[in-house]
Design a protein around this ligand. Structure first.
Ligand code: ADP
Length: 234
């Protein structure tokens, strides 16, 4: 086993202030941690502790007020807007609590969505999307629309969509928050498999059973890390 793990990401003294009608809210007050390649992290904490703020920064949806965020060696805090969107589109897979599928599109078309932005779908890209649908167990549902699928199936479509650009880094915001416990297990099995293939996953959750399936839990409280507990090696 190598003693030096490659880092997927590294954040140092990350701070985020919001100014709201003249008042400053310190949403993150100096958060630091390293994310080794292949890690599987759950972020927990009470409402208002800074989880969404942290996930937005990790997802390059926003810039920190201070501190650094290195993603694969590049400082995200110094990127311009174009570089941020390019990073989001090509290097990060996003999964959301509410799936965010387009109701008028089929399973395959939803999976293809991220490719529309990078101009057209080639035959080989379509083949790849079908392959992804199979990977998440929806090979028999290619032409179904979201309304014809269960919640768990919809989340599987969303996960397949997040994999279109083959990101090594995945962020999930309460990915099982809208699912019953059996379906939650199914989605966690899928995420576990993707992590097993070497993808780095960071998810936000309120549920201790979900967190227990990850390798490490970072607990936020009032914008700082209350504890950072690792259960298994990345
Ligand atoms: P959590 O996701 O843990 O509930 P958030 O990151 O959403 O926490 O919020 C952390 C703090 O930052 C809260 O006090 C919240 O009210 C504040 N906050 C979050 N987003 C904004 C915003 N856009 N403008 C002003 N304050 C915000």
């Amino acid at each position: 086993m190598s003693a030096v793990a490659t880092l997927a990401a590294s954040i140092r003294d990350l701070r985020k202030d919001y100014v709201l009608s003249g008042e400053t809210v310190h949403a993150l007050r100096g958060v630091s941690f390293d994310v080794p390649e292949g890690d599987y992290i759950s972020i927990m904490g009470p409402s208002g502790s800074g989880k969404s703020t942290l996930l937005n920064l990790l997802g390059c949806l926003d810039r920190p007020t201070a501190g650094s965020y290195f993603l694969g060696g590049e400082d995200v805090a110094r990127m311009n807007d174009d570089q941020l969107s390019e990073t989001r589109a090509t290097r990060i897979g996003f999964v959301f609590q509410s799936f965010n599928l387009l109701p008028a599109l089929t399973v395959v078309e939803n999976i293809e969505m991220p490719l529309y932005y990078s101009g057209g779908i080639s035959a080989s890209a379509r083949e790849r999307c079908i392959e992804l649908a199979r990977l998440v167990g929806l090979g028999q549902r290619l032409d179904h629309r979201p309304a014809q699928l269960s919640g768990g199936q919809q989340q599987r479509v969303a996960i397949a969509r997040s994999l279109v650009n083959n990101p090594r880094f995945m962020l999930a915001d309460e990915p099982t928050g809208n699912l019953d416990s059996a379906t939650t297990e199914e989605i966690l099995d899928l995420l576990g498999r993707l992590n097993g293939e070497g993808r780095t996953i960071i998810l936000v959750t309120h549920e201790t059973e979900v967190a227990a399936r990850t390798a490490r839990t970072i607990m936020l409280r009032d914008g700082i890390v209350q504890f950072d507990e690792r259960r298994t090696a990345p």
